[in-house]
Write a protein that binds this ligand. Sequence first.
Ligand SMILES: [Fe+2]
Length: 318
Amino acid sequence: MALNGLLDIQISVPNPQELFEFWLQHGMNATADGVLGTPDRPVQMNLAEAPYRHLSSMHLSCENESDIAAIAKRLTDAGVTSTFDSTTLRCVDPIFGHAIVIDVGSPHPLTPTQSRAFNGPGQQNRIDTRADAVLHTESPIVRRIGHVVLGTPHLVEATDFYLNVLGYRVSDQIMKGFATFMRVESDHHNLMIQPGPTSYLNHYAVEVDDIDAVGLAGTSALKDERVSSIIGVGRHNLGANVFWYLRDPSGNMFEFFSDMDQIIDEKGWDRDHCRLDWEGEDGPAGFSVWGPKDPPEEFFAPSDIPAIVAGRQASGLK
Ligand SMILES: [Fe+2]
């Protein structure tokens, strides 16, 4: 194994202070000005200023120094310039244009979720009190940034870069290989590359404790009139995570999620579960097991795409 963690991301928007303050009110902590963290991980999302919204940095970890050398060689072979020493590698994504930083290390372990007590037929786990979710008064704590999804018209090039050059591992592919779920951790996906009208950040995903936390977090976020719901609540097929997608005050789609498939036995997953030919809108390749069946048009083609195209052109990006 080489890559082993998504450490943090940087998102650039025209008004980063607005987004910073939003997340302070909805489950994240201020580590420094423009730096958001969680109780376990002080740095999860950096916010910077730019004329248009986009992912501007992806910070990964890898197991050891030989991984850095191997990735650097693959970058050179692919014609991508990088700088590196024994513990850190830096390059620029050749399709999207964001910075990529890879450090030897690993993500800080997460404190396990304290399970809520659920009642069921023949199971009285919560007696003589109301449910924890009912008694909840604050926005749930955010646990970490779990993944990002990127849309692009340059699918083959982008997918090849992440799988074969950087070394992400494929978990599933749909749409005849056009959309790829890939991971660097045990999560079913830390990154997905899918079709898009331009190269852009489709969404960033914020992990919370459980299905109640997804519902509570989304409900709390919607009290901010700048936030809108896009689709949710439901449970995805591939990855199996509970989801609720919303639009943040800066126009980025984000996802509150919980309960994603975890892949520890990689050979077993490849042998028994991974498929590169999922098709169709029903069954395992469909958007949801339960909940809304089909995402709206804005899920794939947000209304601010022209501004992103103009911003990329002004920055010399294709
Ligand atoms: Fe997601």
